[in-house]
Design a protein around this ligand. Structure first.
Ligand code: NI
Length: 169
């Protein structure tokens, strides 16, 4: 497993619609492992394959609730409620902005064994699922920001992590 280079806003790969995964291969299995490594190395809570330059419908998420998710070909099938809070993205380093998201989502996907799974997310997990799934359609959270993006200092990032308000830094 290895840490991959994270693409940043302005890279056109982040604007593309990703292709579904048809079958698990050694290459995709390695990619998923690398995505987890890359996310943890960058202290993010989620990462989508296009952020490492691969146009496949794969996301990994770990919001620190004891579960790490790999979602392949994810489809959000239910949303409800609303939450407004600061959000960030590993592809938009040093920035955050206020985004309103559903507070509850249900997502259906395949896991890394290509077995169907359904994940219910509330709060930060719901926010992360929405954010990561949008990456697969070439959408960055900055398109939804209410007001201006603001700079996030490292100290503030640590503080945000503690109160679980920041996604992916
Ligand atoms: Ni992101």
């Amino acid at each position: 497993m290895a840490i991959r280079n994270i693409r940043v806003m302005g890279d056109r790969v982040l604007t593309k619609v990703c292709r579904p995964v048809e079958q698990m291969t050694d290459k995709i299995s390695t990619l998923i492992g690398d995505m987890f490594d890359t996310m943890y190395d960058a202290c993010g809570v989620g990462l989508a394959a296009p952020q490492v330059g691969i146009l496949k419908r794969i996301v990994v998420i770990d919001v620190g609730d004891g579960e790490a998710y790999c979602l392949i070909n994810p489809e959000i099938v239910e949303t409800s409620g609303s939450q407004t809070g600061d959000e960030g993205c590993l592809s938009v380093p040093g920035k955050a902005g206020k985004v309103t998201r559903p507070d509850h989502v249900v997502v259906r996907a395949l896991d890394e064994n290509m077995e169907p799974i359904e994940v219910t997310g509330e709060g930060l997990l719901a926010r992360a699922i929405c954010h990561e799934c949008e990456h697969l359609d070439g959408i960055l959270y900055v398109e939804h920001v209410e007001g201006e993006l603001h700079d996030v200092s490292y100290d503030e990032e640590d503080a945000f992590d503690e109160i679980d308000e920041l996604i992916e830094k």
